[in-house]
Design a protein around this ligand. Structure first.
Ligand code: AMP
Ligand code: MN
Ligand code: MN
Length: 324
């Protein structure tokens, strides 16, 4: 996967890059952003890492994860933000996915933008667009980019890229786990990435409250025509002392059942409506369903939000799935 020449030129000739990733960030967005930032640092460039939401606790083991600013902290802690004229979006391809389009007091003045992403759904944004829908993870694209840039693969970079790959291949289990994925993972381990630490932190670091929330969530499961649906309400968060960060991966579990083709997870939001995560097996394209609700994602993993009460949200999602 060769990066476009314009992207290489952009990174080599410019300085001061804001690197931003999507809201509700995951290991791929966080790891890709940090790895790219470290590579640019080796080239003597300055970077600023930005995300609307705080780094989830499962990603805090990643070297450099403490360098992220939110839209709140960036205003006071990064006084020189107004001198950053270049924006790079990673693991997403439009400012609306970063939430920055809704904040009008971030004091930066972007002159040139690039997107590095692998989502199936894309919107027309970016002076330089490198979108590879075949890439198993944005972190895989970052790996290729760093090879082209001649970056020294430090342990810190290797850990970050490894996290992105591990998360987006679901621990090397999803059908995007190619020989190339495994070869690159091995190369990253040679460079110092710690597979056990990554697995433990990303998948085996649940608190008791989170486990309790999981039990309660499974209790809400409804199954119909090969579709499993689970729900989390704000009340369930209160009862278990947990937050939205504690729901990462919950949507994956119903897929364990052999007759389940689509798994739907609805989380009540603070604002009106529900955040919906969709997962499928095989040919069923959930990105298309999510796109009908203004969201998007990949063929087998996608997300969107649905306004209204729970019954309406469930009914609308179910009927779209059945209709396709
Ligand atoms: P989620 O279940 O929300 O974690 O999302 C699954 C996949 O879909 C991830 O790759 C997300 O980046 C992507 N995704 C989630 N919501 C959206 C959205 N509104 N637009 C585009 N992609 C999304
Ligand atoms: Mn992501
Ligand atoms: Mn990704």
């Amino acid at each position: 996967m060769k990066p476009p020449i314009e992207l290489l030129d952009f990174l080599k000739t410019e300085d001061r890059f804001v690197i931003a990733t999507h809201i509700n960030p995951d290991g791929d967005g966080i790891g890709s952003a940090i790895a790219l930032s470290e590579a640019l640092k080796q080239m003597g460039k300055r970077t600023l890492l930005l995300c609307r939401d705080a780094v989830p606790y499962i990603c805090k083991y990643l070297p450099g994860s403490d360098r992220f600013f939110t839209y709140e902290t960036v205003k006071t802690a990064a006084a020189d933000i107004s001198s950053y004229k270049n924006l790079i979006l990673v693991d997403c391809n439009h400012p609306s996915r970063t939430g920055m389009d809704k904040v009008n007091d971030i004091p930066f003045d972007i002159r040139k933008s690039a997107v590095i992403d692998h989502h199936e759904t894309d919107r027309d944004y970016g002076d330089i667009r490198w979108i590879n829908r075949e890439a198993p993870a944005t972190a895989m694209m970052i790996y290729d980019l760093l090879k082209e840039l001649g970056t020294r693969m430090s342990k810190d970079i290797a850990d970050n890229i490894y996290a992105g790959i591990l998360v987006d291949t679901g621990n090397f289990r999803h059908d995007n786990t190619s020989a190339e994925v495994l070869r690159i993972a091995a190369d990253l381990v040679d460079a110092g990435a710690q597979p056990t630490q990554a697995y433990r932190s990303l998948f085996e670091s649940w608190s008791n409250g989170r486990f309790l929330l999981f039990i309660k969530t499974l209790d809400t499961m409804e199954i119909k025509d090969g579709i499993a649906m689970v729900t989390i309400t704000k009340k369930m968060f209160e009862e278990t002392g947990t937050t939205a960060d504690d729901t990462e991966n919950f949507v994956e579990f119903p897929r364990i059942m052999k007759d389940i083709n689509v798994s739907v997870f609805l989380r009540e939001m603070d604002s009106d409506g529900y955040k919906v995560s969709l997962r499928s097996k095989g040919g069923f394209n959930v990105a298309k369903i999510a796109a009908e609700f203004g969201g998007g994602g990949h063929k087998n993993a996608a997300g969107c939000t649905v306004k209204g009460d729970l019954q309406t949200a469930k009914r609308e999602i179910l009927s779209r799935i059945k209709a396709s």
